[in-house]
Design a binder for this molecule. Structure first.
Ligand code: HEM
Length: 322
């Protein structure tokens, strides 16, 4: 009996190691040594013109990974492509990835994948927003499929905790990963369309969502007036939209979550425990720290269903298949 358990352990270990060893840090050290620097300087130059681009790039990578794996499928243009699904309607930052790719094709043609550029740009975006940095395992190849009908995997701001949990679990991500990754909402903004229904006519009762802090409700109502103005946006972390910090979690604890799905993370005991830990993030204290956990969770997310070796292709242009 003992030997069967041992055998199972070895098989599982080999499976885990083989998945992780598909990507390696410094994959382009010999084939394109400037690759990471080119991505970094490109992201930085756009960031210096408009710091909100950081949030856009981080979200772009997440939306790429949840559909067909992290394979650049979200970058393909075309009316039936993934990028045109309703779930992807607010995505921004495509021009940054295209720009980095153009420079890399001039330096080392057919070497650096668009999927890797996305993963590197997400890391650089976080670092530029005063967040943590990490070594990004690279070696992803670009996919050959991009279909808007597959974007239903993506979470919706109306999803309950059970649905959020199930969508993340389907990608190998647990409760802690869910809370940690959604912590990306410490930067960026949302269209008022994803917020207004909570403010004026929640579940058609004519009231507001009772989980919203009362003073915050007035603030949100002034940011998103009840006139359906499509140009209005609101920060996902109303305390510091461009800083990668823990105020997003502190806000959830106080009923100041902007998206319904974010606020639900505080109400569930398992996810709420993680929110509580991150909200109390004090440098030097032991326990869960958002700035330690975020890089680990990102490396996990960036490894979802990646294509490596001879799978897929290295696109010449990120917005179209070869
Ligand atoms: C349950 C999971 C999630 C839901 C329901 C969700 C939903 C949303 C929604 C509705 C927006 C506003 C979009 C718009 O107005 O166009 C948004 C923005 C954003 N999301 Fe998420 N998200 C989730 C998880 C994540 C994850 C895992 C990441 C990254 C690791 C992420 C990163 C972002 C960022 C950075 C923005 C701001 C984008 C910008 O300013 O352009 N989100 N999210």
């Amino acid at each position: 009996m003992e030997s069967i358990w041992y055998l199972c352990f070895v098989v599982i270990l080999v499976m885990v190691l083989s998945v992780e060893s598909q990507l390696t840090t410094g994959f382009y050290s010999y084939s394109c040594p400037e690759a990471e620097e080119v991505v970094r300087s490109t992201v930085e130059s756009y960031f210096n013109m408009d710091s909100t681009i950081a949030a856009a790039l981080l979200r772009l990578h997440f939306h790429d990974c949840f559909v067909q794996g992290c394979d650049g499928s979200v970058l393909i243009s075309g009316s039936s492509a993934e990028r045109n699904a309703v779930q992807n309607s607010g995505l921004r930052g495509f021009e940054v990835i295209d720009d980095a790719k153009t420079q890399l094709e001039a330096l080392c043609p057919d070497v650096v994948s668009c999927a890797d550029i996305l993963a590197l740009a997400a890391r650089d975006a976080v670092e530029l927003s005063y967040g943590p940095s990490w070594d990004v395992p690279t070696g992803r190849r670009d996919g050959r499929v991009s279909s808007s009908s597959e974007a239903s995997n993506l979470p919706s701001p109306l999803d309950s905790i059970a649905v959020q949990r199930q969508k993340f679990a389907a990608k190998g991500l647990d409760d802690k990963d869910l809370v940690t990754l959604v912590g990306a909402h410490t930067i960026g903004q949302t269209d008022c369309a994803f917020v207004s229904y909570r403010l004026y006519n929640f579940t058609t009762t004519g009231n507001s969502d009772p989980s919203i802090n009362q003073s915050f409700l007035a603030q949100l109502q002034s940011l998103c007036p009840n006139n359906g103005d499509p140009s209005k946006h609101v920060a996902l972390d109303t305390d510091s939209q461009t800083e990668f910090d823990v105020s997003f979690f502190k806000n959830l604890r106080e009923g100041k979550g902007v998206l319904e799905s974010d606020q639900r993370l505080w109400e569930d005991s398992a996810t709420g425990y993680v929110v509580q830990k991150y909200a109390g993030n004090i440098i030097g204290l032991l326990g869960l720290r958002f700035d330690y956990e975020f890089p680990k969770a990102m490396i996990k997310m960036s490894g979802i269903e990646v294509k490596t070796g001879t799978d897929g292709e290295i696109r010449k242009t990120c917005s179209s298949f070869n």
